[in-house]
Design a protein around this ligand. Structure first.
Ligand SMILES: Cc1c2[nH]c(c1CCC(=O)O)Cc1[nH]c(c(CCC(=O)O)c1C)Cc1[nH]c(c(CCC(=O)O)c1C)Cc1[nH]c(c(C)c1CCC(=O)O)C2
Length: 354
């Protein structure tokens, strides 16, 4: 549906959408919903268009990126699209030798662990990611009034992949560097902050209506370490894009003890996983910030009535909060039944219609 043939009362521009209103903590017609990792993963139409194309190659094809980004919007009627890419795309774009291995995740050929290695992290230019600008141009035309969320990986989570050389349960090399050589660590995170800020700027300038900074694995840290060793770099990223006036969302898994600091780093919206109820999350985040979350993605494997009950618990905990964006507490799991996601969007919309 194009902007022109929407029924009256429907938003005609992303600015008036329920999603951006909730980010700004304004009254909304219904609680907006989108899902982390909604593009790709569980959709058969995604698997079909990705057949024979490697993950990172698919991120560099504007028409394909547009199609994959649109798929969950068409199918589920979510309130926002998230740009189809990956957190390691900007690192690949500046020449880091990495790949995304199916079922594993990002793998870095030569990990970054010494001062000499830092020289491999040069600044990102818009030309490095020309395909992002092109894809977002195509997408905003097709999305009409539906907002597009741009995203990037936060310095800590990117550093974890670069230092470990791949996914890690305990982040031992990362922590060894952080505690063992604080100066090198700070310089590494500062470099990554510049690259990340550059990647977000490209997306906003091309037309993204909001950005999410994923610090997926930062919940591995205690608050004092987060404040000392991570917050300065994350803050640098948020400050670099503050002038655009687009909402800045921040999310990590298992960050119940870090929510206040993650807001303090400069986010307008803070996401929480399912381990903490949203009223308590909001109390920790403090006033003046919207909250995003937080249905356990595994709940979608339960019968419909059980999903409805758990959805009700999330909505109840969020009742009365200024600015709630409904989401899962982490990404859509690969084997999720797509119909369960469609039903969830409808359920949240109906139950919160005002
Ligand atoms: C930590 C992280 C990564 N990538 C991302 C994060 C932060 C979000 C989170 O915490 O889940 C972010 C990401 N990755 C992808 C998106 C696309 C947009 C969306 O749907 O949200 C987004 C927002 C596509 C992808 N990124 C990846 C896939 C799967 C690869 C494929 O389909 O071939 C997709 C669709 C690969 C990837 N890339 C990464 C992982 C852990 C994996 C999964 C490995 C696997 O299970 O196969 C790193």
């Amino acid at each position: 549906m194009s902007a022109n043939d929407r029924p009256t009362g429907q938003p005609t521009a992303p600015h008036d959408s329920a999603f951006l209103k909730a980010c700004r903590r304004e009254p909304v017609p219904h609680t907006p919903v989108w899902f982390m990792r909604q593009a790709g993963r569980s959709l058969p139409e995604y698997r079909k268009v990705r057949e024979g194309i490697a993950m990172l190659d698919s991120c560099m094809r504007p028409e394909l990126v547009t199609e994959i980004t649109m798929q969950p919007v068409r199918r589920h009627g979510v309130d926002a699209a998230i740009y189809f890419s990956d957190i390691v795309v900007p690192l690949k774009a500046i020449g880091i030798d990495l790949d995304i291995k199916p079922g594993v995740g990002p793998v870095v050929e030569q990990p970054i662990r010494t001062r000499a290695d830092l020289a491999r992290l040069r600044d990102l230019t818009p030309e490095d990611v020309w395909y992002v600008t092109e894809a977002i141009g195509l997408l905003t035309a097709e999305l009409g009034a539906t907002p597009l969320i741009g995203f990037a990986g936060a310095p800590f989570t990117l550093a974890s992949y670069l230092v470990e050389g791949g996914p890690s349960r305990n982040h031992e090399h990362t922590k060894a560097l952080m505690y063992g050589d604080p100066e090198l660590w700070a310089d590494l995170l500062d470099r990554l902050a510049d690259i990340t800020a550059g990647f977000l700027k490209v997306q906003i300038e091309a037309g993204a209506s909001a950005v999410q900074l994923f610090d997926s694995w930062v919940g591995a840290l205690a608050p004092a370490d987060y404040r000392r060793s991570v917050m300065p770099a994350s803050r640098k990223v948020f400050e670099a894009v503050a002038g655009y006036g687009v909402p800045r969302i921040h999310f990590g898994v298992g960050t119940g003890e870090l929510l206040g600091l993650m807001g303090e780093a400069g986010a307008d919206v803070v996401g929480a996983d399912w381990r903490i109820p949203l009223d308590e999350a909001s109390r920790r985040i403090g006033p003046g910030k919207a909250v995003q979350g937080n249905l356990d993605p595994a709940v979608l494997f339960a019968p419909t009535e059980a999903v409805r009950a758990k959805t009700g618990e999330v909505l109840q905990a969020a009742e009365g909060l200024e600015g709630h964006i409904f989401n899962l507490g982490h990404g859509v799991l690969p084997d999720t039944d797509p119909d369960a996601l469609t039903r969830l969007v409808e359920d949240v919309h109906t139950r919160t219609a005002r």
